[in-house]
Design a protein around this ligand. Structure first.
Ligand SMILES: Nc1nc2c(c(=O)[nH]1)N(C=O)[C@@H](CNc1ccc(C(=O)N[C@@H](CCC(=O)O)C(=O)O)cc1)CN2
Ligand SMILES: Nc1nc2c(ncn2[C@@H]2O[C@H](COP(=O)(O)OP(=O)(O)OP(=O)(O)O)[C@@H](O)[C@H]2O)c(=O)[nH]1
Ligand SMILES: [Mg+2]
Length: 443
């Protein structure tokens, strides 16, 4: 039986319509035939050519740029065709319809181009995740981290470790083969175990960067907390540059946790406003206060606010271990010179005084927590789980001195497999759906 030809897929790969230019991308064995049929000729590989674009009946749809990438030298590794059209809805619609008229050509699913690139060895899983993050990146630091990952630097590190494990294993197996011939003194294995210990430490060092990666990729959670009327909601509004929260002179205005997104120095920040904390028997307010504390527990940083006029120590009970910045508010009301009480940052949400100082204090905190020595920053829990397992297997191998070389080699094999799962060298079928469904259609 003749095996069915791989389908050619087509999609709009550029953004929302209407747009200046729209890029329609095809990938698969029919790309060249469709190119000739729709544009008259096959342009030289990877050279843009201006051509009329026609449907099957010869009707002119648009005049646009045509690019052909013969496989395997394309994004997907297959023959690829790009039609750069005018970005009108009807233009794009008619071109997509025209392409799918051809045999074995259909609309692509979300992430299908990247999935083919993965299947053809053009991308590994870490790079594919990086690419998904690059498309989702909204801040400068997210963009940098994603670009780093999508261009294979992290993959190279994981791959190098895997090779180190495999060659250590090979040396051990070789030693096992000669083990009848009595113990060779100063055998290779002494050297191997010290190398493996240092490898486990390298893995753990990258693992230690996980939190930094999460802060960059998923954002930094800052919770504004303090007594009622301290000016918490006013600060949220001032930093967001819009009226997110209701502000009144009544203590106890905010009940629910409110939220806005900020970009501080290229970092994504989630800023939360909470109910003012005080003793109260009012049930709605009590629930608000309970939620305020719950939010503080999840915070990366708490801004503890206090009205300048208020008596110093308030009963804000910030959960242990959560970093705090003390902020004194409403300083516009007090024009006289300030006796420097504590190291609090003095602000006025009304006049804007001190807000830049507050922003740079936050940025300093962010930089401290993301300035990892090495550039290898895993941004996903998926990597971290495998890295933790890999390090544990290596330590097991190193420490199993009394267990015999077979068992120790088996631990190294497991460590190597675990690393292989991160880049997709091993056992990936289950993951593929999840990773590639994060993409949009056309990617
Ligand atoms: N028009 C257009 N712009 C684009 C893309 C695209 O597909 N089309 N990209 C889509 O993501 C990005 C660029 N990424 C690309 C990655 C690989 C190849 C490619 O043809 N690779 C071949 C040849 C490499 C070479 O000549 O150096 C290969 O890997 O074999 C093209 C684009 C961003 N800009
Ligand atoms: N003069 C001055 N008034 C401020 C400033 N910030 C807040 N206020 C006033 O203080 C009062 C309380 O402000 P909110 O921002 O609602 O205080 P809150 O901490 O959110 O209060 P709750 O939600 O009740 O806990 C309002 O009348 C604000 O206008 C400021 O910087 N200067
Ligand atoms: Mg409030």
């Amino acid at each position: 039986m003749k095996s069915p030809e791989r389908e050619t897929i087509v999609a709009l790969s550029s953004g929302a319509l209407p747009s200046g230019v729209a890029v329609i991308r095809l990938s698969g064995p029919q790309s060249a035939v469709i190119c000739e049929a729709m544009t008259g000729t096959l342009p030289p590989p990877r050279m843009a050519a201006l051509r009329p674009i026609r449907d099957r009946n010869g009707l002119l749809l648009d005049r646009g740029l045509v690019l052909f990438f013969p496989g395997p030298n394309s994004f997907t590794g297959e023959d690829c065709l790009e039609l750069h059209l005018h970005g009108g809805r009807a233009v794009v619609e008619s071109a997509l319809n025209a392409a799918t008229e051809y045999e074995n050509c259909r609309l692509a699913e979300a992430g299908e181009f990247s999935r083919r690139a993965f299947e053809n060895g053009k991308l590994d899983l870490v790079e594919a995740e990086g690419l998904a993050d690059l498309l989702a990146a909204e801040t400068e630091m997210q963009r940098r981290l994603a670009l780093e990952q999508s261009s294979g630097h992290l993959s190279t590190i994981y791959q190098k470790w895997r090779e180190q494990l495999l060659s250590a294993r090979a040396l051990i197996e070789a030693e096992l083969d000669f083990s009848d011939e009595a113990d060779i003194p100063g055998s290779v294995s002494d050297r191997i175990w010290s190398e493996m210990s240092s490898l486990a430490r390298d893995v753990e060092q990258v693992l230690a960067n996980l939190k930094a990666g999460e802060i960059i990729r998923d954002g930094f959670a800052i919770v504004i907390a303090g007594p009622p009327n301290a000016g918490k909601s006013s600060l949220l509004n001032a930093l967001a540059h819009r009226e997110v929260a209701i502000v009144t002179e009544y203590a106890g205005t905010t009940r629910d946790v409110l939220h806005c997104e900020l970009d501080i120095g290229g970092y994504a920040v989630h800023l939360y406003d909470t109910a003012g904390v005080r003793d109260t028997s009012e049930p709605v307010e009590r629930e608000g206060i309970r939620r305020a504390y719950r939010k503080m527990e999840e915070a990366d940083l708490v801004l503890s606010l206090r009205d300048y006029a208020s008596s110093a120590a308030e009963e804000l009970d910030i959960p242990k271990g959560i970093p705090v910045l003390n902020v004194v508010t409403k300083i516009d009301l007090y024009t006289d010179s300030f006796p420097q009480r504590s190291e609090a940052i003095l602000i006025s949400s009304q006049s804007g005084q001190g807000l830049d100082t507050l922003r740079s204090a936050i940025l300093t905190e962010l930089k401290e927590r993301t300035s990892t020595v090495s550039l290898a920053i895993p941004s996903r829990l998926r990597h971290a789980q495998h890295l933790r397992d890999a390090a544990d297997y290596i330590w097991n191998a190193v420490r199993a001195e009394n267990e015999g070389l077979e068992i120790r080699a088996e631990f190294l094999r497991r460590a190597a497999d675990t690393l292989g799962r991160i880049t997709g060298k091993i056992d990936v079928e289950m993951l593929l759906g999840k990773i590639f469904s994060e993409f949009c259609v056309g990617k």
